[in-house]
Design a protein around this ligand. Structure first.
Ligand SMILES: Cc1cc2nc3c(=O)[nH]c(=O)nc-3n(C[C@H](O)[C@H](O)[C@H](O)COP(=O)(O)O)c2cc1C
Length: 360
């Protein structure tokens, strides 16, 4: 009983790992006192952003890192084994815990539940070299950071994000996601993104709520009323400029396998937790990377020809910003800086809701 409580305690802390749109693409199965299984899944069949399940795999990696950190707090080592007999869309990982009194407790533990996304403007005050060094060290030697922090670089990146938002907001294939992931009139949400965490002002939020009832409404706003203008200014241009820096985490090799994405997710989570430990705010900026991957791999993601043209242009802009090779090897992108802690945030499903078998 005692050690089963240990697994539940570990899950209690690890479940705060981030996931795309707060989808929490995992469930837990407790096998015995020292062994539990993480049943991962992805959303590629209905979410255009989950290309080949990569975003879900990154999130799953963040969950594994969180499990390792939480286990260390309770003086246990964790070992992960990805099963080879499950489909890629359902990564299944056995977690084995070993009591190890001499294990080093991870100082990032305290940040697991504190870390959160901040989508609003931050201070344009640069990071100092100690902060940058701590962030670089958090991800280990197989990943490096490209910083886009000068005035010109931040403007260039903010403009890229705003053009990318035009693609996102006029893409019919993204509507099923956009119309279902937001919890309206909310400051907190257990399994979605509360509307107040999106980063829009209250009037634009009400307009978005009205528009998200049907694609026809979004289309009318976009065609005749410059519907993308306000969100692009509020969600991309202004916050893209008002931050310390944009960053790209670059892997040694281009990620191709599920294991690569799990490792990248672990690095992403350490970077994000290290930022939280430094009192910094962070917002992922993943969609330009995702659309660029569609373009590079020649995968069609929309029936709208002019959006395919725009995606091609954006792929070139991103390669120009990061360098062609680095763009291919980038696993995570975002912006970072000093700022207020988000007042509105996603919460999580409970341990009970996330666990398949409560009483094995
Ligand atoms: C792989 C991945 C990709 C994400 N991409 C974006 C993104 O492009 N834009 C954004 O605002 N948030 C993005 N997020 C943040 C999630 O929406 C957020 O982590 C989730 O809603 C939970 O909220 P929390 O991090 O505040 O706990 C991403 C998170 C992950 C793990």
């Amino acid at each position: 009983m005692e050690t089963q409580n240990l697994i539940e305690k570990i899950i209690e802390h690890a479940r705060w790992a981030p996931s795309g749109d707060n989808m929490q693409t995992w469930r837990f199965e407790i096998i015995n006192d020292h062994h539990f299984v993480v049943h991962g899944f992805d959303t590629r069949d209905h979410c255009v952003y989950d290309l080949n399940g990569h975003a879900s795999q990154l999130a799953l990696g963040a969950l594994l890192e969180s499990i390792a950190i939480a286990a260390s707090e309770f003086l246990h080592r964790s070992e992960f084994k990805l099963r080879s007999d499950t489909p890629e869309s359902k990564p299944t990982i056995d977690v084995f815990l070993t009591h190890t009194p001499e294990v080093k407790q991870d100082p990032l533990f305290a940040c697991l539940a504190l870390r959160s996304v901040q989508r609003r403007m931050m201070l344009a005050k640069p990071l100092d070299s100690t902060q940058k060094q701590a962030l670089q060290e958090s991800i280990g030697r197989f990943y490096s950071v490209i910083w886009m922090e000068s005035f010109a670089n931040r403007c260039q990146t903010a403009w890229l994000m705003a053009r990318n938002a035009k693609l996102r907001l006029t893409l019919p294939e993204a509507f099923p996601t956009h119309s279902t992931v937001i919890e309206w009139n909310s400051r907190f949400s257990d399994d979605k993104i509360p509307d107040q965490a999106v980063g829009l002002d209250p009037i634009a939020t009400r307009l978005m709520k009205w528009a998200m009832k049907s694609w026809a409404r979004v289309d009318i706003l976009n065609r005749y009323f410059f519907g993308t203008l306000l969100p692009r200014i509020e969600l991309d241009l202004l916050p893209g400029f008002f931050c310390a820096a944009h960053f790209a985490l670059v892997a040694e090799h281009e990620a191709t396998s599920v294991e690569d994405y799990l490792q990248a997710g672990r690095a992403m989570q350490r970077f994000w937790l290290a930022a939280a430990k430094l009192g910094l705010q962070l917002q992922p900026e993943m969609t330009p990377l995702i659309f660029s991957t569609y373009v590079r791999k020649n995968l069609k993601f929309t029936e709208v020809p002019k959006l395919l043209v725009l995606a091609n242009q954006l792929e070139k802009s991103l390669a120009n910003l990061l360098g062609t090779e680095n763009a291919k090897k980038t696993v995570f992108m975002g912006r970072i800086g000093q700022g207020q802690v988000a007042k509105s945030r996603s919460l999580r499903l409970s341990v009970k809701e996330l666990t398949l078998n409560q009483n094995p």
